[in-house]
Design a binder for this molecule. Structure first.
Ligand SMILES: Cc1ncc(COP(=O)(O)O)c(C=O)c1O
Length: 372
């Protein structure tokens, strides 16, 4: 079976984990600190805070902005539910907007329509790794804080700047199949030291010192700490960080391989008239190509055919405003029609050229609507 998404692990990740396991310190500690500082430098921000998921990063981002009941946060609907759940955790209201039909990133016209005095933040999602035009978004939203959902966008660049440094706060996922995969994991990035410091406390129950800082000695006793506000338990640990450090080292090479695969798909699948391929990268916009999603009218049939021939596919995403947990919502016509045609094809660094060619061959062999 050819998977749709898959992590790329080498002996280096295995050795790094073994080293941490032997070190006697597997919790939040020096490897996490090292990963944070290397990740901050890579993204081009002053602060990075290691967490156990992007869901936690989004949750903390909303808390850092003191969002609560009565406050609204604008969220696109072609995304994973975490983007909106994070708003609800603090009692805020997600205000859903439609997506651009080509990029599937949030539609700025909808943002213009929905922004108002209660809007306290906006969460653009770099869908599939393709950067949102944050400069255009900034013009629309003015001073309203931008929380980037960078779950798909590790290494993606907009006008030469890394996603995660474009808005006010960046939220990354290192979940099992993301471009950087640590099993689970996440990172919050920002350039306001007071936000990074507060996030560091909030990830560890609100406690003023981490376990590693406390073990390092110093002028106060390890058990003397303050708890000024109630935090969560959502920090990274050194096992995740050890994997993350190696994955970060390999990210450029892994993303390059993703791009090569995408070029192969684009070249061949664009010859099939009934298939719509995703937009290419441009000089301004370099996707991290976390997902490769095509569109066609016979999506379900094609998915079943590929499965029968050993190829897994996916659908990213069912428009989240249609889930019952969010109650009755205004219709969003682009998202509601596009998701029925979306199909994510296999894409990951270890996918071989032969496997890509096999996926392309099977898609060409299927052609119910008549193809090239
Ligand atoms: C767009 C988006 N946002 C948020 C998340 C949540 O990430 P995590 O699983 O690290 O919490 C995901 C995960 O799939 C995602 O795709």
């Amino acid at each position: 079976m050819i998977n749709v998404l898959k992590p790329s692990m080498t002996q280096r990740e295995i050795d790094a984990v073994a080293e941490v396991l032997r070190s006697g310190w597997i919790g939040l500690g020096p490897r996490t600190e090292e990963f944070e500082s290397r990740f901050a430098r890579f993204i081009g921000v002053s602060g990075a805070v290691g967490l156990n998921s992007a869901t936690a990063a989004l949750d903390l981002a909303v808390r850092l902005l003191n969002i609560g009941p009565g406050d609204e946060v604008i969220v696109p609907v072609i995304t994973f539910v975490s983007t909106a759940h994070a708003v609800c955790y603090s009692g805020g209201t997600p205000v859903f907007v439609d997506v651009d039909p080509r990029t599937l990133n949030m539609d700025l016209e909808w943002v213009r329509r929905k922004i108002g005095p209660r809007t306290k933040a906006i969460i653009p999602v770099h869908y599939g790794g393709r950067p949102v035009d944050v400069d255009a978004l900034r013009e629309v939203v003015g001073e309203v804080p931008i929380i980037e959902d960078c779950s798909h966008a590790a290494g993606a660049e907009w006008r030469g700047r890394k996603c995660g440094s474009l808005g006010d706060i960046g939220c990354f996922s290192f979940h099992a199949v993301k471009n950087i995969a640590t099993g689970d994991g996440g990172m919050l990035t920002c350039s306001k030291p007071e936000w990074a410091e507060r996030a560091r406390r909030l990830r560890w129950l609100g406690i003023s010192k981490g376990t590693w800082d406390r073990s390092e000695g110093g002028t106060t006793y390890a058990w003397e700490y303050r708890v000024d506000e109630i935090g969560l338990k959502c920090h990274m640990n050194d096992i995740m960080a050890a994997i993350g450090l190696v994955q970060l080292d390999r990210l450029a090479e892994m993303n390059h391989r993703r791009r090569q695969i995408v070029e192969r798909y684009q070249r061949e699948l664009s010859k099939i008239p009934s298939i719509e391929t995703p937009p290419d990268d441009t000089a301004e916009s370099q996707s991290a190509w976390h997902l490769y999603s095509i569109r066609c009218d016979y999506r379900n049939e094609l998915s079943t055919w590929l499965k029968q021939h050993g190829v897994s596919t996916g659908v990213h995403y069912y428009p989240i405003h249609l889930y019952r947990c969010f109650g009755k919502q205004e219709p969003l016509p682009v998202a509601e029609s596009v998701y029925k045609r979306l199909l994510t094809l296999p894409l990951y660094p270890d996918l071989t050229d032969e496997e890509v060619d096999e996926v392309i061959r099977l898609i060409k062999a299927f052609h119910p609507g008549g193809q090239a």
